[in-house]
Design a protein around this ligand. Structure first.
Ligand SMILES: [Zn+2]
Length: 511
C-alpha cells in the first residue's frame, strides 16, 4: 500500500464528523444512538478535537431498512470526500455498516481525503499501511467477536467512571449542558423541576409515607416517568420505577461502576449523601414493602396476619386455610397454616391469633420503650445503623472463628455450643439495631392516641397489616399435642426494634 505524506492539522484544529446508527439487533449489544454519541464526543474530547457534525441513522422498521438503511452513511461518505472534515468517528466499526463493502468504501474515502478514523477510543490513519491493516482486521473482528468490543467499551466506561464524568443515558433529575460552538459536554447540572420530584419522594419516604401512595400521587399528577414511554400504553410510575430512581448513587452526586460506588462525581448532588443513605436503608427494609392490590382483586388481603406471620420451622409465610371438615355447629374453622411443601407443620386458629397479636402489639405500644422506634424529626440515624451493622459483623466473625477452632480440633464441641449459645442472642439483638427507625404518621398517631384500642379499631385492614408488619416479628411454633386448646404460647412475638443507647425516656409527665 502506498504511504502518503499528508500535512495533518494539529489536534485542536481537527474538525470531526460523528456517525451513529441504531442497531437492528436489539438483544446484542444494543446501544442507543444518544449513548453512542456521548461516547464518541468524549473520545473527541480526549483528542481535543472539535465535533463539527453528527449524523444519525435511526432504527427503522424492517421494510424500510433495505432501501433507507444507510442514508446517513452515504451522506457521511460524501462529506468525507468533500474534505470539510479531518476525522470520522463511529462508536464501533460495525456502526459504519456491517458489511465489509462498507469498510472498503470508508477506507477509500478516508484515504482519498486524508481523513483520520476514530473508533472505540483509538485513532486510525488509513494512510499508514499498518493502521489500514489493523482497521480491516477490526472490521472482521467486529462482525465476529462482539465480546471483544464489549470489553473495550467497558474499559472506556471505567475510565469515565474513574474521572467522575457523566456517562451514558441522562439520569432523571439532571440535564446536560454542551458548548454551543464545539458541542463539547460542559457539565451535567440539576434540572430543578425533575429534581423536585426526587426531593419530595425522599422527604415522603423518610417521613413514613408508603411507596404506593407516592406512586399513585405521581401518576395522578401525570408526571412523566424517567423511562421514555415505549408505547402509548406506558404503565406510568410503578414502585420499581421509583425505587430504582432513589437507589441510584447518581442523585447523591456519586459515581458508580459495576454496582459499586467508586467516588464523587463531577455533578452536583440532588440529595445529600447522608440523607440518600438513610432513604436506601428504609428501601432495603423488606418489612416496609407493601404490594398494591386492587380492592376487587381476589388477592386483596382479608386477614390480619396472612403472609406476615411466619412458620416457626421453615420461616415461610403463613396463609389462611379454610377448614374442610365442618365443626359440630356447622361452621368451618379458619386457620393460618404453613403451605410450604415438605413442612406444613403449623396451623393455628385465625380469630384467636389475631386477638392475641393485637393485644400484644397495643400493650407494647403503650410502653415507654416503644417510643424508641420513632426517629426524631431531623435525627441522623444512619451512623447508628452503620455501627450496629459493624457490631453484627464482628459478632459473626467471632462465631466463625470458634467454628474454625473446633474444625481444627483446638476446642471441643461442648465449648463451641456454649459459645454459640452466648453469641447468637447477642447477634440477634445487634441485628435489631440495624432496622431503620420509624417515622410513619399512622404509627405516631397510634402512639399518641388517648385510647389506643379505639384508635386501632378505626384503622382499615391494610393500615393494620402495614403497622403489624413494620413493628413485629411473629412466628408460630407447633402445638405440643394434636387437637389441644388454643395455646398463645405458640405465638412468638418480638418487636423488630430495640431502644438504642442514646435513647432516653423524657416524657416525665406520664404516670
Ligand atoms: Zn413451615
Amino acid at each position: 500500500m502506498k504511504t502518503q505524506a499528508l500535512t495533518r492539522p494539529t489536534d485542536d484544529e481537527v474538525n470531526a464528523l460523528i456517525y451513529t446508527r441504531a442497531s437492528m439487533d436489539r438483544q446484542y449489544l444494543m446501544r442507543s444512538t444518544d449513548d453512542q454519541e456521548t461516547d464518541c464526543r468524549s473520545w473527541c474530547d480526549q483528542q481535543t478535537w472539535h465535533v463539527g457534525k453528527v449524523i444519525t441513522d435511526a432504527n427503522r422498521s424492517a421494510s424500510q431498512w433495505r432501501t433507507r438503511e444507510r442514508e446517513g452513511f452515504e451522506e457521511a461518505l460524501r462529506l468525507i470526500a468533500s474534505k470539510q472534515y479531518d476525522a470520522f468517528v463511529t462508536w464501533e466499526p460495525s456502526r459504519a455498516g456491517r458489511e465489509l463493502l462498507a469498510y472498503v468504501q470508508l477506507r477509500a474515502a478516508c484515504q482519498e481525503a486524508g481523513v483520520l478514523y476514530l473508533t472505540k477510543g483509538r485513532v486510525y490513519d488509513f494512510a499508514r499501511s499498518d493502521d489500514a491493516f489493523m482497521m480491516g482486521l477490526e472490521f472482521l473482528t467486529a462482525e465476529k467477536d462482539a465480546a471483544v468490543i464489549r470489553e473495550r467499551q467497558l474499559r472506556t466506561v471505567r475510565l469515565h467512571a474513574q474521572q467522575g464524568r457523566p456517562h451514558g443515558r441522562l439520569p432523571f433529575g439532571y440535564r446536560r449542558v454542551y458548548d454551543e460552538h464545539t458541542g463539547v459536554l460542559l457539565r451535567q447540572e440539576i434540572d430543578p423541576e425533575k429534581a423536585a420530584i426526587i426531593v419530595n419522594a425522599v422527604d415522603e419516604i423518610l417521613s413514613g409515607v408508603p411507596m404506593n401512595a407516592i406512586v399513585t400521587r405521581l401518576n395522578k399528577a401525570g408526571i412523566p416517568t424517567p423511562m421514555k414511554p415505549t408505547s402509548d400504553h406506558s404503565r406510568g410510575w410503578m414502585n420499581s420505577t421509583l425505587r430504582q430512581m432513589l437507589r441510584s448513587p447518581t442523585i447523591a452526586g456519586l459515581r458508580k461502576y459495576q454496582g459499586k460506588v467508586i467516588g464523587e462525581a463531577d455533578w452536583p448532588a440532588i440529595i445529600p449523601r447522608d440523607r440518600w443513605e438513610q432513604v436506601n436503608r428504609v428501601l432495603e427494609d423488606r418489612a416496609r414493602r407493601t404490594r398494591y392490590v386492587e380492592e376487587d382483586n381476589h388477592s386483596h388481603p382479608k386477614w390480619l396476619l396472612s403472609f406476615i406471620a411466619k412458620c416457626g420451622y421453615c420461616s415461610g409465610p403463613l396463609v389462611r386455610l379454610h377448614g374442610m371438615v365442618p365443626r359440630k355447629d356447622g361452621t368451618r374453622r379458619d386457620n393460618y397454616a404453613c403451605p410450604t411443601v415438605g413442612c406444613r407443620r403449623i396451623s393455628i386458629d385465625i380469630p384467636r391469633t389475631d386477638a392475641y397479636v393485637v393485644g400484644a402489639l397495643l400493650g407494647w405500644l403503650a410502653k415507654p420503650e416503644s417510643l424508641a422506634v420513632i426517629a426524631g424529626p431531623s435525627e441522623n440515624w444512619h451512623e447508628r445503623v452503620q455501627e450496629a451493622e459493624a457490631q453484627v459483623a464482628r459478632l459473626r466473625q467471632r462465631l466463625d472463628q470458634a467454628a474454625e477452632e473446633y474444625a481444627a480440633g483446638r476446642i471441643s464441641l461442648t465449648m463451641l455450643s456454649s459459645i454459640e449459645r452466648r453469641l447468637n442472642p447477642e447477634i440477634e439483638q445487634a441485628a435489631k439495631a440495624t432496622v431503620p427507625p420509624v417515622s410513619a404518621d399512622d404509627v405516631l398517631r397510634l402512639l399518641q392516641a388517648e385510647d389506643i384500642e379505639s384508635a386501632w379499631e378505626r384503622l382499615d385492614l391494610l393500615e393494620k397489616r402495614r403497622i403489624v408488619k413494620l413493628l413485629l416479628d411473629i412466628r408460630v411454633v407447633k402445638a405440643p399435642q394434636l387437637g389441644g386448646k388454643f395455646d398463645p404460647n405458640r405465638i412468638k412475638i418480638a418487636p423488630r426494634f430495640v431502644p438504642h443507647e442514646q435513647y432516653r425516656w423524657t416524657r416525665s409527665e406520664q404516670p
